[in-house]
Write a protein that binds this ligand. Sequence first.
Ligand code: URA
Length: 247
Amino acid sequence: MAKRMRLDKLLSNMGFGTRSEIRKVVKQGRVTVDGVIVKDFGMLLDPEAQTVMFDDETVIYKDTIYVMLNKPQGVISATEDKRERTVLDLLDPEDQVLQPFPVGRLDKDTEGLLLLTNDGKLAHELLSPKKHVPKTYEALVHGDVDASDQDAFAQGVTLEDGYETMPAKLIIGEKESREDGVYSSITLTIHEGKFHQVKRMFESVGKKVVYLRRISMGPLLLDESLPLGAYRPLTEAELESLQNAHR
Ligand code: URA
């Protein structure tokens, strides 16, 4: 069935201004629909079939949004909160219009890759426990992470609440001695997403994660050129790879 939408809503959803700004420019005759100037801002149209132009710019209609955020510490993975800043607060107002939400959660003190979308179906597929979508994290761990931890994680460890984790791949990087002991840089790939999972896995082997960031989720890799707190739309190729990976 054809989609019918008000002209002022279409323009505000596509980031051309607030509803009241848009009503003004429509009345000024700066907007055309199929080549004809329209001054009725409440006009109903089919945004997929009709051509809307604002001054000389064609209004490209989209009703989905997919962005990759490099989440900084200090913001929570929620859409709203009374006290805390959320990842949504990092988006420009025009990118909030389509009501994206974070796909899964990173802790307040975790950095890195977070996908935000309003595509509930894709989010559901990426988060489904049945799909085992791999997620890779880099961490700094207080403790001397060694081959016994690699073996334990490869077998699956028991968390403090009795949950047995699925096999996970632990790669050990550089180590550093400090006054309070050894710190290990590691990379860990897990295939599930229990609450505080990476931190709890290290707790189960008596070690503490002191820094954590996510670098991938399924086929999606964190764009290292994004500064902390910055975001960008997914490329067509990234979106396709996500859509195809877990069907
Ligand atoms: N595991 C954690 O412990 N925290 C995160 O934010 C993500 C995975």
